[in-house]
Design a protein around this ligand. Structure first.
Ligand code: SIN
Ligand code: FE
Length: 293
């Protein structure tokens, strides 16, 4: 399957990794593929296993998230000692994911920012959601309130489902095809709107033309039901006890089914990529003929 690059020989988070695997990982990841590690799992200890229930989320959020800057979790129902243990579990996953990524792709170190960790204890299938928030529809990721300003969104996922249930994804067409399909429908942002949104704290920093386009690409695809129906897609099941890494700002993806996954988000400066010309910001600059950041 040409959207998945499999690494059978990698069995641990802390390496050491073979040079040939590191090379292959870098090329595949930056060309938009999913790096799939069928033998990298995240075994939970008995205390952590108690969190394998949807009731550990507060009911309002779809995920529990851990912010490394605050060393605190959000969206969790737990209090007191329970909350400390939940925080420690997410921190432990984030530490493992970061070590893994830096071991495999040491060239990313200078441009890498560890963002939020999430634990997703709610079954995706049948979960009520508005069209824009519905991750069962193909999309590229973009953050409305935290502009990336050209930087990449890279995510590490591990399925920890205790009943052997896979996480089922659809993977879509190449980024350029998707962008070309929807770019003609996206008007530029209103002049001055980026500053107003920052001033009103709708965004934490300036939403650049790049962010504007990425947000609209995210929404256009999700809200176009005919596209969702007819778009090229490949279904893939990530079994329990496996890990995968992908640039979710580049790879069209949809999560259809599954429960209990960890996810670590990283932001990466485009300058740290081995092939920056493949980054969405540079593809969109090429396709629009404009500077976007
Ligand atoms: C997504 O990034 O759209 C969701 C992925 C997942 O939770 O499996
Ligand atoms: Fe997504």
């Amino acid at each position: 399957m040409d959207v998945i690059e499999t690494f059978d020989r990698v069995t641990s988070w802390d390496g050491p990794f073979e040079n040939s695997d590191m090379q292959r990982a870098l090329v595949a990841l930056e060309s938009g593929k999913v790096l799939y590690f069928p033998s990298v799992s995240f075994p939970l200890n008995p205390v952590e296993r108690a969190f394998l229930t949807p009731s550990c989320a507060d009911g309002k959020s779809k995920n529990i998230s851990y912010d490394p800057a605050e060393d605190a979790v959000h969206g969790a129902a737990a209090a007191g000692l329970e909350r400390k243990r939940l925080t420690a579990m997410l921190r432990r996953y984030g530490d493992a994911a970061q070590e893994f990524l830096l071991g495999l792709m040491p060239g990313y170190r200078a441009g890498l920012e560890r963002a939020r960790t999430s634990f997703r204890p709610v079954e995706i299938k049948g979960r009520p959601s508005s069209g824009r928030k519905d991750d069962t529809r193909l999309h590229v990721d973009a953050f409305p309130s935290r502009p990336n300003q050209g930087r990449r969104i890279m995510r590490v996922f591990t399925n920890v489902n205790p009943h052997g249930q896979p996480r089922v994804w659809n993977l879509g067409e190449p980024f350029d095809d998707y962008a070309q399909r929807f770019l003609p429908t996206i008007s530029p942002a209103l002049p001055g709107s980026a500053r107003v949104m920052q001033w009103l704290h709708i965004t934490r920093s300036l939403r650049t033309p790049y962010d504007h386009i990425m947000l609209h690409l995210h929404d256009r695809g999700k809200l176009d039901l005919r596209y969702q129906e007819s778009a090229p897609k490949t279904r893939f099941e990530f079994p329990s006890g496996t890990t995968w890494i992908v640039f979710t700002d580049q790879m069209l993806h949809a999560a259809l089914e599954g429960q209990f996954v960890f996810e670590q988000t990283f932001r990466l400066d485009v300058g740290s990529l081995a092939r920056p010309e493949q980054a969405p910001v540079h593809r969109l600059e090429y396709l629009t003929g404009r500077m976007l950041v």
